[in-house]
Design a protein around this ligand. Structure first.
Ligand code: SF4
Length: 356
């Protein structure tokens, strides 16, 4: 659901909501606004409370920086002024009354720190309520408790809620969810977010502290993906090797070539990175591939490498290398179990393709 295209229409709804709440107490405020804010050159500052309302409603974009948001605000207010004949400063005052209250008229505003969605005349077209938040705002403390609860399945939590926890925000309402959804869009999804440079994270709408936490989480995920499997993990298929290596290599810009050393029962007894760089440039020599296996007394090896293009289809160089390794394996007496190429969400197993 999107906000109404016609600014004068949603301003009318804002005015209705303020009038409904303030009643007659509004009359002196209206006079004061007309007397002090009717000049065309009244400065149009975007107050934080008004920005919060416009972000919730969907008029401002959370992905924009503050200068762009202010520009959009001025544009909308001027469009309202053209549509209603009211001065821009007076329109700003209506929005302020709605978003933060007005001294002696509305104590807190309708769309204040705790939005009164059930009583709000904008409810039908508001992005905040469309996101399903209505009155309830989930505190991130509650979310943390749920995740720590032994019965809860963290895998079912939504990315924006987990990001809200990471960002250290106290509450995870729809406005924050919408802002984080915009950050995800800006950075190209979770993978983009975890690889984004600090400047891009800030540009996407994260503050300094949240950007630093996001970088820390990304570094932690990389360490986790790189952590070697415990000795004894067994491998029965190309899928097993793919699952074991995919997180480690899927976003790399260069090819990396690994050798997994296995015992008689195909249990892992060690692994090594043999080379980095395109296989056409960096020759993967059988001596380097079988060296770790000989040292560990392995009965078999499997070799695994990634294709940064994401397409796991074996190249001519991949096939030639596999043939060379197979010949060396026969000579040395160590079985070459498989050659697995990891792509983006897909893999090729030389054995399963009948190439080995
Ligand atoms: S529906 Fe709720 S969030 Fe949306 S403008 Fe109204 S009070 Fe604010």
């Amino acid at each position: 659901m999107t906000a109404p295209a016609e600014p004068a229409k949603w301003l009318q709804s804002v005015q209705q909501a303020v009038r409904k709440d303030a009643g007659r107490k509004l009359t002196p405020a209206l006079k004061r606004w007309r007397n002090t804010l009717s000049a065309d050159e009244t400065p149009l500052d975007l107050e934080p409370a008004v920005a919060r309302f416009l972000l919730r409603f969907g008029v401002l974009d959370a992905g924009d920086d503050s200068a762009a948001q202010r520009e959009a605000y001025v544009r909308h207010v001027r469009a309202c002024a053209r549509g209603t004949g009211d001065a821009p400063g007076v329109i700003g005052a209506w929005l302020g009354a709605f978003a933060r209250g007005e001294y002696g008229v509305l104590p807190d505003g309708v769309c204040g720190a705790e939005p009164q969605c059930a009583r709000c005349t904008l409810c039908e077209s508001c992005r905040y309520t469309a996101a399903g938040a209505r009155e309830e705002r989930v505190s991130t403390e509650d979310l943390a408790r749920k995740l720590l609860d032994a019965g809860a399945a963290p895998a079912t939590a939504e990315a924006v809620d987990l990001l809200a926890l990471l960002c250290g925000e106290a509450r995870s309402g729809a406005a924050l969810r919408a802002r984080l959804a915009a950050v995800l869009r800006e950075t190209g999804g979770l993978r983009g977010l975890l690889h984004a440079a600090p400047a891009d994270l800030r540009k996407a709408g994260l503050n300094e502290a949240a950007a630093a936490r996001m970088r820390a989480a990304a570094a932690l995920f990389r360490l986790w993906a790189d952590e070697q499997a415990p000795r004894g993990q067994s491998f029965a298929s190309g899928q097993d090797f793919y699952e074991h290596y995919r997180l480690r290599v899927r976003d790399l810009k260069k090819e990396r070539f690994f050798v997994a050393c296995l015992d008689q029962k195909h249990r892992l007894i060690g692994e090594d990175q043999v080379s980095e760089g395109s296989l056409t440039e960096t020759l993967v020599h059988p001596r380097e591939v079988f060296g770790p296996a000989l040292r560990l007394g392995a009965a078999a090896i499997a070799v695994v490498h990634n294709h940064p293009s994401g397409d796991p289809k074996p190249s001519r160089a991949d096939r030639a290398l596999t043939k060379r390794l197979q010949e060396a394996a026969e000579l040395i007496g160590i079985r070459l179990l498989d050659h697995v190429i990891v792509g983006d969400g897909a893999f090729t197993s030389f054995v399963e393709e009948g190439l080995l």
